[in-house]
Design a protein around this ligand. Sequence first.
Ligand SMILES: NC(=O)c1ccc[n+]([C@@H]2O[C@H](COP(=O)([O-])OP(=O)(O)OC[C@H]3O[C@@H](n4cnc5c(N)ncnc54)[C@H](O)[C@@H]3O)[C@@H](O)[C@H]2O)c1
Length: 268
Amino acid sequence: MIQSQGVDKAVGRVSGKVAIVTGGASGIGLSCAHRLAAEGAAVVVTDIEVGAGSEAVAAINAAGGDALFIKHDVTSEPAWQDVLAATMEKYARLDILVNNAGIGIGGSIVDMALADWQRQQAINLDGVFLGLKHSIPAIRDSGGGSIINISSVAGMKGAANLAAYNATKGGVRLLTKGVALECAQNRWGVRVNSVHPGIINTPIWDKVNPDFYEDGQNRVDLDAMAESVPNGILGQPDDVANGVLFLASDESSYMTGTEMIIDGGLCA
Ligand SMILES: NC(=O)c1ccc[n+]([C@@H]2O[C@H](COP(=O)([O-])OP(=O)(O)OC[C@H]3O[C@@H](n4cnc5c(N)ncnc54)[C@H](O)[C@@H]3O)[C@@H](O)[C@H]2O)c1
């Protein structure tokens, strides 16, 4: 469980900014919500998981932060419109979007059900598209800001039995670049970058493919996977959140359309 961190609203690295974090109830999104709040941003946490999302917001507020939970399925365009409306109603601006919600469905491409392919595309890629579509005007009209799309090392290189996930995360990588250039060309003041985590210790690994592990345990052996990482270390959600915080802040104001790889050297 990520502990709440003290909040300094006046001198934080994202003080005065308003952020939306999708999939903020768990793992990397939860860590991003805590880090952004601890550095002074008001954070709108969205997720399909109401219980965990509400707990996340309660912890941030208890630590002196400012957070709001909204139930949100990122595949739904009306739900995105509701999230933007609620954000503008409460905070009257938007500076940061972390398009983080995602799932991983592993397994052979020749066995994959079309429904599973489409569900993964809908959450991992359609969800990012809808976030960009509905947040860019709000960020532009607030004077500019930063969008961070969570891709993966699987968006940089292929992996056997992860091809469908590769397709979604490779899509996020180039969607990011195209949109970054559109924002730049139009002088909208909206920076758009992608983050590519390696093997990070989160609950996503419990759900990668329920049928894939014959011993009945869905959890991938992350300690064994860590041995494939050049530095031998399993990533933690805060490792990714620290990169997201930098891209969200004005410290990265000359960065757009680029990739931040946080992987212990996997892609090197
Ligand atoms: N953990 C890793 O090793 C790793 C590596 C590379 C990339 N990523 C990416 O990081 C992101 C976060 O993953 P995580 O590891 O924290 O996983 P996680 O399972 O801990 O968290 C994902 C969150 O997204 C939410 N979510 C799922 N479907 C949703 C939907 N339709 N609408 C809104 N929310 C939804 C879940 O409820 C959950 O709270 C994902 O995009 C994932 O692909 C993770």
